[in-house]
Design a protein around this ligand. Structure first.
Ligand code: NAD
Length: 499
């Protein structure tokens, strides 16, 4: 079967994956398997093994043994950097293949997948640098009889659970940082989109990373995901997904006090002041909603617009939404992707109906788009929304924009912060004082002024309130996966306590 010769049209057959533990591939054998259909085409594309808790136990034991061997935890920052750079090169060398399978499993446009793969490689390159600069602190101010140092050590075995919407880039925002700190990992990707995490195992195998440091078990969240969160052999859990499941993970992790990093959902405000460049703001709002067809944790789905320009802005949005290029997600011209599952499509349509029942006005979109055998929802604008309505409170996770108006600065901030979430926010204004005051006032871990969904490895990301705990990427993203040890070293003869 030809899986790798082209990366353009649909594959000639279903690509089957085993799972990867201890530097070896394991076939599904008599385990149940799960077949993934492409959301953009409705044809089966991949098949993965549904591992059980016994498989997870083995992977964790292997990861623990690899950690104890110190082959990686004892490697120098320079050695770790070399391997992380090799992984980055491997990603760049297989970028078209990775992007192709990412698009087939997620339904995102191929151009977006390619950009995500290139960005992912950048995270491995950046983390390589941090692995060489990672350090603790020293205290030479404790008097002549004492010297203090603070060291950073890897935590141990980190369990990584990832979502379906950004399988490869979300992993890239965690894995290289976890590895840079010297940890071992057991990864459980989403059962819907495991392919690129498994292809990465081939790249990792060629990079020289010692066997047993990178392990992938595939399967269901309720079984092996939950078991990973509970497992005493996991020292830290890094979970990215919904706030509903994040809560379960935190409760499970509390039983043995393992460290947790949680990156969860959002209902992110886009505040548009009347003095903004409205063309730029409308373009940003349309991009912020259509990116990944709204199935994006930082999707700018709550539009908070100054009343006096609301009508004009609404017209600008409708015009721009009509020009978003839809089509086959494997076509490089396509900008707008498919919806992950039938159940999710129905959920999105249900929200559009409930919004109208609560009094919102449907301005554009509102239904499905017919593109081949794929599953698509048209970019949808609901106006006259109140912040108390369900469509303004829940993370719909689809291309549905709720437009709410405000009269003055204080009301804009009040509306923006009136949400259980605090993941991201965008502010559009040409008044620098107003922009900075709004940036200071908004409760969001990622805040953009006159742009949206901008990012990169340099700056740490994470959420306020129910959007998460801890930070990923940047220098903090490596420090997050370390334990800090405070050391006092006495010099000279001890002054005895027992006289
Ligand atoms: P989800 O919470 O349903 O699943 C996420 C992962 O958790 C999957 O791998 C799933 O198999 C696993 N899982 C399910 N039940 C589990 C359990 N009981 N214990 C442990 N693991 C379990 O989320 P999803 O639908 O895959 O992804 C969408 C959600 O992810 C959205 O809420 C989105 O906002 C969020 N997300 C957040 C970020 C961020 O950086 N903040 C990034 C991407 C996605």
């Amino acid at each position: 079967m030809n899986h790798v010769a082209k990366f353009t049209g649909l594959p000639e057959g279903v690509r089957e994956f085993g799972f990867y533990v201890g530097g070896s591939w394991h076939a599904a054998g008599d385990r149940p398997q799960s077949v993934r259909s492409s959301p953009g085409h409705g044809v089966p594309v991949t098949r993965i093994a549904l591992c059980d808790v016994a498989d997870l136990d083995v992977a964790i034991e292997v990861a623990r043994a690899a950690f104890r061997s110190r082959a990686w935890s004892g490697a120098s920052g320079a050695e770790r950097a070399t391997i992380l750079l090799a992984i980055a090169s491997g990603i760049r060398a297989r970028l078209d293949e990775l992007a192709y399978w990412e698009t087939l499993e997620t339904g995102k446009p191929i151009t977006q997948s390619r950009a995500e793969m290139a960005d992912a490689a950048g995270h491995y390159e950046y983390a390589a640098g941090v692995s060489r600069t990672l350090h603790g602190d020293s205290f030479n101010n404790l008097g002549d009889d004492m010297f203090g140092v603070v060291t950073r050590e890897p935590v141990g075995v980190v369990g990584v659970i990832t979502p379906w919407n950004f399988p490869f880039i979300v992993l890239a925002e965690r894995l290289p940082y976890i590895l840079a700190a010297g940890n071992s990992v057991v990864i459980k990707p989403s059962e819907l989109t495991s392919a690129t995490t498994l292809i990465l195992a081939e790249i990792v195998a060629e990079s020289g990373l010692p066997a047993g440091i990178y392990n992938v078990v595939t399967g269901l969240g309720e079984s092996i995901g939950q078991a990973m969160a509970e497992h005493p052999g996991i020292d830290m859990i890094s979970f990215t997904g919904s706030s509903r499941v994040g809560e379960k993970v935190m409760v499970a992790a509390a039983r043995n006090f393992k460290k947790v990093a949680l990156e969860l959902g959002g209902k992110n405000p886009q505040i548009v002041f009347a003095d903004a460049d409205l063309e730029d703001a409308a373009d940003g709002v349309v991009f912020g909603l259509c990116h990944n067809a709204g199935q994006c944790c930082v999707s700018g789905s709550r539009l908070i617009v100054e009343e006096k320009i609301a009508e004009r802005f609404e017209a600008l949005l409708v015009e721009k939404f009509s020009r978003v290029r839809t089509g086959d997600c494997l076509d490089p011209a396509t900008q707008f992707g498919a919806i992950v599952s039938d159940a999710h499509l129905q959920k999105i349509l249900g929200y559009i109906r409930s919004g109208q029942e609560e009094g919102a006005r449907l301005v554009c979109g509102g239904g499905e788009l017919a593109i081949g055998n794929g599953r698509y929802v048209a970019p949808t604008l609901l106006a006259d929304v109140k912040n108390s309505m369900q469509v303004a409170r829940d993370e719909i996770f689809g291309p549905v924009l709720s437009l709410i108006t405000f009269q003055d600065f204080d009301e804009a901030l009040e509306l923006a912060n009136d949400s259980p979430y605090g993941l991201a926010a965008s502010i559009w204004t040409k008044d620098i004082d107003k922009g900075i005051r709004a940036m200071r006032g908004v409760q969001a871990g990622r805040t953009w002024v006159n742009t949206t969904i901008a990012g990169g490895p340099e700056q740490a990301i994470g959420g306020f309130k129910q959007s998460g705990l801890g930070r990923e990427t940047g220098v903090l993203g490596v420090e997050e996966y370390t334990e800090v040890k405070s050391v006092h070293i006495a010099l000279g003869k001890r002054k005895h306590w027992v006289e």
